[in-house]
Design a binder for this molecule. Sequence first.
Ligand SMILES: [Fe+2]
Ligand SMILES: [Fe+2]
Length: 130
Amino acid sequence: MFIQWNSSYLVGHKLVDFDHMTLVNITNELFHRVNQGFSDEEIAQTIKCLIDYVEKHFEREEELFKNSEYPDTDKHLAMHEDITKTVRDIAHVYQTNPGAININEVLEFLKKWLTNHIMKADIGYVEYLK
Ligand SMILES: [Fe+2]
Ligand SMILES: [Fe+2]
């Protein structure tokens, strides 16, 4: 298991927690495929699946905090935009030229981003949700 889900990742909102668990599952699946020698195409599919889910999750999350008094809305939106662009770029490059991507670095980046963002940024808006 690449990222072991634990209760410190829970933000206390059912829908958001479900999404975060799903993102962790997809990242673990990516790790599994990379380490089990899956083809570039199969790995590219999982990266595509991840970026699709990241985008859907951000939309849901933004819908929640945009309608609240959360003071860091703009900052949070910018972080989402940043990560979306990065993962979309990775997905694009991997699809066209997988050799140009160090997939282990990508995995480490995803792990760090996911766990940090959930525990630091996402936990911040939950208290503003009614
Ligand atoms: Fe977020
Ligand atoms: Fe999130």
